[in-house]
Design a protein around this ligand. Structure first.
Ligand code: NG6
Ligand code: CA
Length: 516
């Protein structure tokens, strides 16, 4: 409502001097939903046939569907660090690889982030769900004391989180600076180096492993499910896996409601990072058997339900027209998660895209991306322009009229026009570098329709035939316009393209930024 009124006013009375006044009205609420490990083959509006995602699809029907949108990496932590900062995670060690559950905070306080930018624009900022970016200074988090620095030190006003992944200890929620339900008489200790405490491990009690991980290493059993790392104490603080999705939905809706009950209503930014459908997949019993593809499908239905709960709350609070909602995933889908029923189904989590999470093929990082803002984004529209999560910070800054400091968000391009369905003069993002983890690569370098996967970056062996593996020793070159499924390696026939893309990679690294 506020938004529409604003535009009418601008249109009628303020032509000529409109920019300043209208800028004030370019402050929709923003809800950024980052699902975990969801690929093209998991979402009906991207071609999934087994699982049904009516709520996510509603965003496609009422908004814009992007078909060349990418997560910055094909794993979780580097994507999240890059999303929030607009800087490639391979530019520095912290946050460049999957973080353990006891990692120290990967984004330094003082860094320009999406929430810090939006705070400057007058927003209330909240984060709910899977954090996976660490807490605390160099010594790491003390779970029994204030978890600082954390999200509140980089621009969020409010946080309700799980520290890392469901399969990593500690299995507790964190509200702002504190573990929820903490009992100092039963302090929490966490170790990733050696066994502590007497909780059983998968090795000692394999029958307890409800999730038969293909993990090469030992798993502790916490609440009956296998986890990486060991924890002791915190008995009253431990989460219940099957309630996690509802707990996060409730926290997300609670944040939206409280932002509306404030006397002086400010726009809000909510970063909702679902745990679904990362492992361990323990959907609430009401989803059991609702899909025809086992636990994975049931978990997708639960994720879709979370989106539905949030959309219903937005409708109920009459915020639909004044809220930009984005739904996307932190990396592509993966099947090697150890479930007994995996393999029973002919299931392709990334649809026709090659590869999975953890690989540099498109299935690792070309992810579903839907944007809805009624009245501003044309319903049921489509877009095949290259965009990435890195671009959110520059785009939100442009939307809300904030000028980014020159050194900030080094790899973020303003894709606002593309997001809104306007036609920019030139493609907003000329190139993109994807990685799996670490600072040394290998990388996949994309420019226009061309993509080069550096030698050794072909992904897991299972994804490739012997012939491919041999070919990938010289790297792999694809023309995505003609071959989005990455079937034909053109390295041998286009050496000049390979040299060009390798030179671009070198340049992007050496100049320390890609947005000039
Ligand atoms: C891997 C885990 C996997 C998952 C992943 C993190 C093994 C073999 N696999 O190390 O289960 O937890 O980390 O996924 O340990 S991510 O989406 O958060 O990056
Ligand atoms: Ca992930």
């Amino acid at each position: 409502m506020r938004l529409q009124t604003g535009f009418v006013l601008c249109g009628l009375f303020l032509i000529g001097q409109a920019s300043l006044n209208c800028a004030e009205h370019n402050t929709p609420n923003i809800i950024f939903i980052l699902a975990d490990d969801i690929g093209y083959g998991d979402v009906s509006s991207y071609g999934a046939t087994h699982a049904k995602t009516p709520n996510i699809d509603r965003l496609a029907r009422e908004g814009r569907r992007f078909t060349d949108a990418h997560s910055p990496a094909s794993t979780c932590t580097p994507t999240r660090a890059a999303l929030l900062t607009g800087r490639y995670s391979w530019r520095q060690q912290p946050g460049s690889s999957i973080a353990p559950g006891d990692a120290s905070m990967t984004i330094q306080p003082g860094t320009t982030t999406i929430p810090s930018v939006l705070k400057e624009a007058g927003y209330t900022t909240g984060v709910v769900g899977k954090w996976h970016l660490g807490f605390g200074g160099e010594a790491g988090p003390d779970w029994n004391a204030d978890l600082k620095p954390g999200p509140l030190e980089i621009g969020f006003d409010d946080a309700f989180l799980m520290p890392a992944t469901g399969d990593r200890v500690p299995c507790v929620y964190v509200k702002n600076h504190r573990v929820v339900g903490l009992d100092l008489n039963d302090p929490i200790r966490v170790s990733y180096k050696m066994k502590i405490g007497d909780e059983p491990t998968g090795k000692e009690n394999p029958e307890l492993l409800t999730l038969k991980h293909t993990h090469g290493h030992d798993m502790t059993i916490v609440n009956g499910v296998g986890r990486i790392g060991w924890m002791t104490g915190g008995k009253t603080a431990r989460w219940k896996d099957e309630d996690m999705a509802d707990t996060f939905a409730k926290a997300a809706i609670g944040f939206i409601e409280s932002s509306q009950s404030q006397q002086k209503k400010k726009p809000f930014f909510l970063y909702l990072a679902t745990h679904g459908i990362h492992v361990p997949r323990v959907p609430h019993p009401r989803f059991k058997g609702t899909s025809s593809v086992g636990t994975r499908g049931d978990a997708i239905h639960e994720l879709d339900d979370t989106v539905g709960q949030v959309l219903a709350a937005v409708d109920r609070l009459k915020l639909t027209d004044s809220t930009l909602i984005i739904f996307t995933s932190d990396n592509g889908g993966v099947m090697d998660d150890g479930y007994e029923d995996v393999g029973k189904f002919d299931y392709h989590p990334n649809g026709t895209l090659r590869g999975t999470k953890g690989t540099l093929f498109e299935g690792g990082h070309r992810v579903p991306f839907l944007a809805r803002w009624p009245g501003r984004i044309t319903a049921s529209s489509e877009c095949d322009t290259l965009i990435t999560h890195l671009d959110m910070i520059a785009s939100f800054a442009a939307l809300t009229g904030v000028t980014l400091p020159k050194e900030a968000a080094a790899d973020s391009f303003n894709v606002l026009q593309t997001l809104l369905g306007e036609t920019p003069n030139a493609p907003p993002r000329p190139h993109f570098v994807a990685h799996v983890g670490g600072i040394h690569g290998p990388f996949a370098i994309r420019q226009g329709d061309w993509k080069f996967i550096q030698p050794g970056g072909g992904g897991r062996q299972a994804e490739q035939s012997k012939k491919d593996l041999k070919a990938s020793q010289a790297g792999q070159l694809f023309n995505l316009k003609e071959d989005v499924a990455e079937k034909t390696n053109l390295v041998a026939t286009h050496p000049e393209k390979v040299a060009e893309l390798q030179a671009l990679m070198k340049q992007l690294r050496e100049q320390g930024r890609s947005r000039l």
